[in-house]
Design a protein around this ligand. Structure first.
Ligand SMILES: Cc1ncc(COP(=O)(O)O)c(C=O)c1O
Length: 380
């Protein structure tokens, strides 16, 4: 039986066209882009092209992009790089309780270095309130980091309103757009973003590459020391093949945004219809409208999520839970815990995430299989 992959928010398959674009950079085009000879010039040209096209996809200038090893490094670079460079201006950072650990753990590490961090709460749909943010902004606030769309429940934050407010007060604004990029059109000017993180492997690009958009005039303390690559902002020979594959995947992802949105919302509706028809007791987590179309998080009443995941895997369906499995015990995720008082709901949540290659038939099959398993494991 053909397995059905519904875990695209964790990572996604490499698009064949991205792979094709990458191949020559593993063989004949191997030059170091910093070399001045023809071998170097060829890869420099490829790097420049990729940078321009990726910058265009978010309305940025090419020199505002810093290539990184992925979303984690981009988040670390924006937060640590900015606050260490600007600590004379203040020592207060604001973020939210539902960020990815690349942001949360970075903030925790900075607390140990004397920075103060406010973790904003969210409502039961996972939304941060602008009013709450305004209440916490103070003289010493130098950076706010709020994700665009959540990786577990898909909820989209009011980024444009937050950006406009922070711009007025001249406070730097970072948004982790790792899950939103390629599914939602993004424009850094419209969002008033100072920093924006993106990762290639969520959009059918290769793993281990991403970028940080850093607005001109906002300097960062480098996290690596070495050569002068990336305008002295990130030392190390560029991962040319992956960057070329990233740019190709991004072109395809951005060109298909409208079509994907429609398709994934249809998948979501189809699953809900099957669950309703089969009279499952379930609740959809996250916002109904302000949601990333590819992320669908559901709690099934009375379900042991570990057992559901194992049974789905045996049936060939790959999904993930909103929980981190540590040493055999499943802890409810920090995102769901921040959203709900009801720990049962947090403990019985499953994330289906859609992407390249999924068909409506796959979705129908996965939904029906889920129904059977849920009924089976809750019947005793
Ligand atoms: C919202 C978000 N931020 C950051 C990351 C980290 O990205 P990467 O895996 O490229 O380091 C992820 C990946 O799961 C993510 O979903």
């Amino acid at each position: 039986m053909k397995p059905i992959y519904l875990d695209h928010a964790a990572t996604s398959p490499l698009h064949p066209k991205a792979l094709e674009a990458m191949m020559p950079y593993f063989s004949e085009h191997f030059g170091n882009p910093s070399s001045i000879h023809r071998f170097g010039r060829t890869t420099r040209h490829a790097l420049d092209e990729a940078r321009s096209s990726l910058a265009q996809s978010i309305g940025a200038n090419p020199d505002e992009l810093i290539f990184t090893s992925g979303g984690t490094e981009a988040d670390n670079m924006a937060i640590t790089g900015y606050v260490l460079k600007n600590k004379k201006k203040g020592n207060h950072i604001i973020t939210t309780a539902i960020e990815h650990h690349a942001v949360l753990h970075t903030c925790k590490a900075l607390e140990e270095q004397g920075f103060e961090v406010t973790y904003l709460p969210v409502d039961e749909k996972g939304i941060v309130s602008l009013a709450e943010l305004k209440r916490h902004v103070r003289q010493e606030t130098i950076l706010v980091s709020i994700m665009y769309g959540n990786n577990e429940v898909g909820t989209i934050q009011p980024i444009e309103e937050i950006g406009a407010y922070l711009k007025e007060y001249d406070i730097a604004f970072h948004t982790d757009a790792v899950q939103a990029y390629g599914t939602i059109p993004l424009d850094v000017e419209q969002l008033s973003a100072t920093f924006l993180s993106v990762s290639a492997h969520k959009i059918n690009g290769p793993k281990g590459v991403g970028f940080l958009y850093a607005k001109k005039g906002y300097d960062l303390k480098p996290q690596f020391y070495g050569g002068e690559q990336e305008r002295k902002r990130r030392a190390g020979t560029e991962n040319v093949a992956s960057i070329v594959g990233f740019a190709e995947a991004a072109k395809l992802a951005v060109a298909e945004i409208q079509e994907k949105q429609q398709r994934y919302l249809e998948f979501r509706e189809r699953m809900i219809t099957v669950f309703r028809e089969e009279e499952l007791e379930f609740s959809v987590n996250g916002h109904e409208v302000d949601v990333l179309p590819h992320v669908f998080n559901v709690s099934f009443k009375g379900v042991n999520v570990e057992s559901l995941l194992v049974n789905l895997d045996l049936a060939g369906i790959a999904v993930s839970s909103g929980s981190a499995c540590t040493a055999g015990s499943i802890e409810p995720s920090h995102v769901l815990t921040a959203m709900f008082n009801d720990s049962e709901k947090a403990k019985s949540a499953v994330r289906f995430s859609f992407g390249y290659g999924n068909t409506i038939e796959d979705i129908e099959k996965a939904a029906k299989e889920t129904v059977q398993i849920v009924k089976r494991i809750t019947s005793f």
